[in-house]
Design a binder for this molecule. Structure first.
Ligand code: BG6
Length: 475
C-alpha cells in the first residue's frame, strides 16, 4: 500500500466561496463581498471588478454563494457519503470580528463554526482550517490599508488566538494564510486586494509595498504559530503556497537562470521564510539592488525564527514555462507544447505535481499536504447525472503521480484534498459556472437556480478511491 492508513483524503473550500449568509449572524463585510463576476470573453484573463462598497444594481456572487451557511448539515452529510476523512474550510474573519478591530469576538459567529466542526466530527471528518483565505474584513482595508499597516498583524493574531482557544479540542490542523505567494506578481491588482487588503496607489513602488506587506504577514503567521503551540502543543500549523512549478523552456543555461529567478521570487521566498525562519540571501540582495527598504522592528527576526511552520500545505493546478529574454534581461513566460490546457487556459500537467512534491520535500524536509487540486469545467445545467469523465481522468492522473512521489520518491505526504468538492463560486472570476465539484449545485453565473445539490459521476468514483486508499483509480 503506498498511502499510509491515516492518509487524509477529502476536499477543500473557503468560507466566502460557499457560505453565503453575508449579513447573517452578525457577520461584517469582507473583501469578497465587494467583488463582482468577471466579464470578458477571454477565459484566461477576465478579472473581477472591485467596488468601494456594496452598490445597488451590481451582482455580488459571494453574498449568497451556495448558501452553505444554511445547508451545511446536508452538505457535510454528502461529503461523508463519499467517505471524506478531512474537509478543509476557512473561518470567515468577519464572522468572528466583523470589523477586524472589534474588542470582543462575535459569539454567533463562533457558535456557527462550533456547530460546523461538530457536524464534521460526527462523521470522523478531520477539520483542516485556514485562518485567512481571501476574506479580510473590509473595514481593515478602509481604515488601515490592509496588511500595509503593522497594526493589522496583531488584529490577525488576536483572531487566530480566539479561534485556537475556542476550537482547541475540535481542530488540530491549521493553516495561517492561503496562497501567500500568489500576490508576487504585482501587475495583478486583484491578488493584492484579496490576499492582503491592499489597493495599490497611483505611481507607488508596488514591490516596496509587496515586501512590506509580506513581512507583516510572515510576522502574523509566525506569531500565530508561536501562540498556537502554547495553547495546544499538538496543533499542526502550516503555511500554504500556490505552487505552479516553472520549467525552463530549453536546456539553454540562461533558461535555467530564468527558472531559478522565477522560482525564488514567486515561490521559494515565501516557503523559505515560513519554513526556515529567515530571509534568504537572494531576496536581501534583490532588495539592496532595487532600493527596497522593509521596515522591521527589533525582535521581528527572532519571531520569524521561532514561528516556523510544522508542515507545508499547497495548491496545485498547473505548471508554467519560462525562458530568459536577453533584450529585457529578465525571464518571460512561454507556452508548454507538451501539455493541454483547461477551458480557462490552465495548463494540465499531472507529472508537475510529482515534480512539485519532490522539490518541496527536498528543500524543506517537512511533511507536505496537498490541500487543493482540481479542474474547473463548463457543465450546463441538467437534471441528468453529469458524466464528468474528464474530471475523473484529471484526478486519476494526478493521484497516480502523487502515488509515485510517495512510493518511489519517499515524499512524506499527510493528505490529498481536492478543490471545491461541491460546486462553489470561483475565487478568480466569481463564476458559479467554473465548476470543480463532485456535487453539482443548481445555480448559474447570474444567480439563477434553486441550489439543489446532485452528485455527479465523479462523486461515486472518488468514494471508491477513498475506500481503496488510493489503490483503485479506474473509471
Ligand atoms: C486557489 C484558491 O487559488 O485556487 C481558491 O485558494 C480558488 O480560493 C482556487 O478557488 C481555484 O481558482 P478559481 O479562480 O478557479 O476559483
Amino acid at each position: 500500500m503506498s498511502f499510509p492508513k491515516e492518509f487524509l483524503w477529502g476536499g477543500a473550500v473557503a468560507a466566502h466561496q460557499l457560505e453565503g449568509g453575508w449579513q447573517d449572524g452578525g457577520k461584517g463585510l469582507s473583501v469578497a463581498d465587494v467583488m463582482t463576476v468577471a466579464e470578458g470573453d477571454n477565459d484566461a484573463t477576465k478579472q473581477r471588478k472591485i467596488t468601494e462598497s456594496v452598490l445597488p444594481d451590481h451582482y455580488y456572487p459571494n453574498h449568497e454563494a451556495i448558501d452553505f451557511y444554511h445547508h451545511y448539515k446536508e452538505d457535510i452529510a454528502l461529503l461523508a457519503k463519499m467517505g471524506f476523512k478531512a474537509f478543509r474550510t476557512s473561518i470567515a474573519w468577519t464572522r468572528i470580528f466583523p470589523n477586524g478591530d472589534d474588542e470582543q469576538p462575535n459569539e454567533e459567529g463562533l457558535k456557527f463554526y462550533d456547530d460546523l466542526f461538530d457536524e464534521m466530527l460526527k462523521y470522523n471528518m478531520e477539520p483542516v482550517v485556514t485562518l485567512c483565505h481571501f476574506e479580510l474584513p473590509l473595514n481593515l482595508v478602509k481604515k488601515y490599508g490592509g496588511f500595509r499597516n503593522r497594526k493589522v498583524v496583531d488584529m490577525f493574531v488576536k483572531f487566530a488566538v480566539t479561534c485556537f482557544k475556542r476550537y482547541e479540542n475540535k481542530v488540530k490542523y491549521w493553516i495561517t494564510f492561503n496562497e501567500i505567494n500568489n500576490q508576487a506578481d504585482v501587475n495583478f491588482e486583484f491578488t493584492a486586494f484579496t490576499n492582503s487588503g491592499v489597493l495599490y496607489k497611483e505611481g507607488e513602488n508596488r514591490y516596496q509595498t509587496l515586501y512590506q506587506v509580506t513581512h507583516h504577514e510572515f510576522l502574523a503567521s509566525a506569531k500565530a504559530v508561536i501562540e498556537g503551540h502554547k495553547i495546544n502543543p499538538d496543533f499542526q500549523i502550516g503555511c500554504m503556497l500556490a505552487v505552479n512549478p516553472i520549467y525552463p523552456e530549453t536546456c539553454n543555461p540562461m533558461n535555467q537562470i530564468a527558472q531559478v529567478k522565477e522560482l525564488d521570487t514567486r515561490l521559494f521566498f515565501y516557503g523559505d521564510v515560513h519554513c526556515r525562519g529567515h530571509y534568504p540571501a537572494y531576496i536581501l540582495k534583490l532588495w539592496e539592488k532595487e532600493g527596497i527598504e522593509v521596515k522591521m522592528e527589533d525582535g521581528d527576526l527572532e519571531i520569524l525564527d521561532k514561528g516556523k511552520v510544522d508542515y507545508i500545505s499547497f495548491s496545485y493546478y498547473q505548471s508554467l514555462v519560462t525562458k530568459w529574454d536577453e533584450t529585457a534581461k529578465k525571464p518571460v513566460r512561454t507556452k508548454n507544447s507538451y501539455v493541454k490546457a483547461s477551458d480557462w487556459g490552465w495548463q494540465i500537467d499531472p507529472v508537475g505535481l510529482r515534480y512539485t512534491l519532490n522539490i518541496l520535500s527536498e528543500r524543506y524536509e517537512l511533511p507536505l499536504f496537498i490541500v487543493e487540486n482540481g479542474i474547473g469545467l463548463h457543465e450546463p445545467m441538467t437534471t441528468e447525472e453529469i458524466q464528468d469523465d474528464s474530471r475523473i481522468a484529471y484526478f486519476a492522473e494526478h493521484i497516480a503521480q502523487v502515488k509515485k512521489a510517495v512510493e518511489d520518491d519517499g515524499v512524506a505526504l499527510m493528505g490529498y484534498l481536492t478543490w471545491g468538492p461541491i460546486d462553489i463560486v470561483s475565487a478568480g472570476t466569481g463564476e458559479m459556472e467554473k465548476r470543480y465539484g463532485f456535487i453539482y449545485v443548481d445555480k448559474d453565473n447570474k444567480g439563477n437556480g434553486n441550489l439543489t445539490r446532485r452528485p455527479k459521476k465523479s462523486f461515486y468514483w472518488y468514494k471508491k478511491v477513498i475506500a481503496s486508499n488510493g489503490e483503485d483509480l479506474a473509471n
